[in-house]
Design a protein around this ligand. Structure first.
Ligand SMILES: Nc1ncnc2c1ncn2[C@@H]1O[C@H](COP(=O)(O)OP(=O)(O)OP(=O)(O)O)[C@@H](O)[C@H]1O
Ligand SMILES: [Mg+2]
Length: 292
């Protein structure tokens, strides 16, 4: 079950370039490549770009390229004519045609096979769709392509796993979404949001977070980023009956974390002093059970 959260939560300094890039890429209409670790919110960023763009009234269509066999991905994207292969009982227009006038979001684009990369490149160059089993290419389609990857595509290009020409075509605008451990001041805000959301959804009374628990939550590294945080909060809402979440209710990898680690290590050093002050202020407000 997924919160119907479409807007981007996060006001940390590390997120400011992301927010600025969303604004300017939404205005420009250019292709966007969104990079970042798993669960950082790449799809949320893509959706936000679409919603702020001139295409907002048209469709936003997403497809995850990872783990989809070539033949299926090709027909999903470009469509197929009835009878073009066994099981093709109806015409399928394909996602690109369905997104005409809007935006198509290709997630995990780094996982595309070289053959699919060639087909995508041809589409980007001509704007024409070659539907499987159709005699001729269709009229031009007007879709904005936004892609995302958690791979380093330049390295993949050097290893000849990703076409360099496709990389430069997709990467007109690159938006790098920082991992949660580089923006700890966003953690209390996300916690508050998901506590409220899951609290309402599971009909749980208000849940506060003790200072000790919040210290651990804000200093934990969150390798799964916002997705991991959301899942942890949902489990807490389901498990904790009392009014306050204490450290012993936290998953062991978070509970056993030493909060002082926040002040060490290269990634945390990037967070500014003012961000740290805001973390402390938010912790204090949460401790007072203040509602956001
Ligand atoms: N800034 C944010 N504000 C609100 N929710 C967020 C934010 N970032 C991520 N989320 C939530 O975290 C979850 C993961 O986000 P999303 O699917 O966009 O990540 P991703 O980077 O595309 O991950 P993957 O690399 O695994 O595809 C979603 O439920 C999303 O709603
Ligand atoms: Mg994604």
């Amino acid at each position: 079950m997924k919160p119907q959260q479409q807007s981007l939560i996060g006001t940390s300094e590390a997120m400011q370039p992301v927010i600025a890039d969303i604004e300017s890429s939404a205005r420009s209409g250019a292709k966007v490549l969104i990079t970042g670790e798993t669960g950082v919110g790449k799809e949320v960023v893509a959706r936000t770009v679409h919603q702020k763009s001139a295409r907002q009234a048209a469709a936003f269509v997403t497809i995850n390229c990872a783990g989809v066999p070539d033949s299926l991905l090709e027909s999903e994207l470009f469509g197929h004519a009835r009878g073009s292969f066994t099981g093709a009982v109806r015409d399928n227009p394909g996602l690109l045609r369905q997104a005409n006038g809007g935006t198509v979001f290709l997630d995990e684009v780094g996982e595309m096979s070289l053959r699919m990369q060639a087909l995508l490149l041809r589409f980007l160059e001509t704007g024409e769709i070659q539907t499987i089993g159709a005699a001729t290419a269709s009229a031009k389609i007007d879709v904005r392509v936004i892609t995302a990857t958690n791979r380093n595509l330049l390295e993949a290009a050097n290893a000849r796993e990703f076409r360099e020409d496709l990389y430069y075509r997709l990467n007109v605008f690159e938006i790098r979404v920082p991992p949660l451990r580089e923006r700890p001041s966003d953690i209390p805000v996300l916690l508050e949001y998901y506590l409220q959301w899951f609290g309402e959804h599971h009909r749980h009374g208000p849940l506060a977070v003790s200072k000790a628990a919040l210290d651990r939550l804000t200093s934990y590294g969150w390798p799964g980023n916002v997705r991991e945080l959301r899942n942890v909060v949902e489990r807490l809402v389901l498990r904790v009956e009392g009014p306050t979440i204490e450290p012993d209710a936290l998953p062991v990898e978070i509970a056993s974390h030493v909060p002082a680690a926040r002040d060490q290590g290269p990634s945390h050093a990037r967070e500014s002093v003012s961000d740290q002050a805001r973390v402390d202020a938010l912790i204090e407000r949460l401790r007072q059970k203040e509602s956001f």
